[in-house]
Write a new protein. Structure first.
Length: 206
């Protein structure tokens, strides 16, 4: 698995934190193709603060100002997103690519992230909350990925332990449970690396 895509069931669920931890664990490069919401900082900046070597954090294909779905952020910025520009950059070793929001977030008005994942053909790590509602959101995301033939490497949970929900999603969705990351306070490179090492089984990915 030279390239792994990190996506989520929703926005603001810890996808960037998982991407940072996975990139460090794999000694990989990190790439966020489309960044929307620069006023709030970038995900590239966030993963650097979480311990990634800046030399391994690749520049975005598009940097958009408004914090909303890429299709709308691009329109507000007067930018046309061309999916052809979303070809993953060639790097030595592994590459971790982070999507935006959830699986069916529009990149353009005709092109969804799930469509882009299918074009890439790389395995996806799906990040999900453990909180109420996660079963529905997770299974819908899994169905959307499978409908497009996107391979799923596994599901990564974020939040307090919820054994029944986590096991139910893995069983009904037919996906591998990679592990769970608790909410970390403080969240820094050391606490993230320790929690990820303790909570995740990356056999078959590493």
């Amino acid at each position: 698995m030279r390239m792994i895509v990190v996506t989520g069931t929703d926005t603001g669920i810890g996808k960037t934190v998982i991407a940072a931890a996975l990139t460090r664990a794999l000694n990989a490069h990190y790439w966020k193709p489309v960044q929307a919401g620069l006023d709030e900082g970038s995900d590239a900046g966030a993963v650097t603060r979480l311990g990634l070597d800046p030399a391994r954090v690749l520049p975005e294909a598009y940097r958009l100002i408004t914090p909303c779905s890429p299709h709308l952020a691009a329109e507000l910025d007067g930018v046309t997103i061309d999916p052809a520009r979303l070809t993953p950059p060639a790097v030595p070793g592994r590459l971790v690519v982070e999507g935006a929001g959830g699986v069916l977030v529009p990149v353009t008005r005709e092109w969804l992230y799930a469509d882009q994942f299918a074009q890439w053909g790389a395995p996806v790590v799906l990040v999900a909350r453990t909180a109420l509602g996660t079963i529905n959101h997770s299974l819908l995301s899994i169905e959307a990925l499978r409908a497009r033939g996107v391979p799923i490497a596994g599901i990564a949970f974020v939040g307090d332990a919820n054994e029944d929900s986590e096991a139910t999603i893995a069983a009904i969705g037919g996906v591998r449970r990679l592990g769970r990351l608790p909410i970390l306070t403080p969240l820094n490179p050391a606490t993230l690396a320790a929690a990820f090492a303790a909570g995740f089984d990356l056999e078959g990915i590493v």
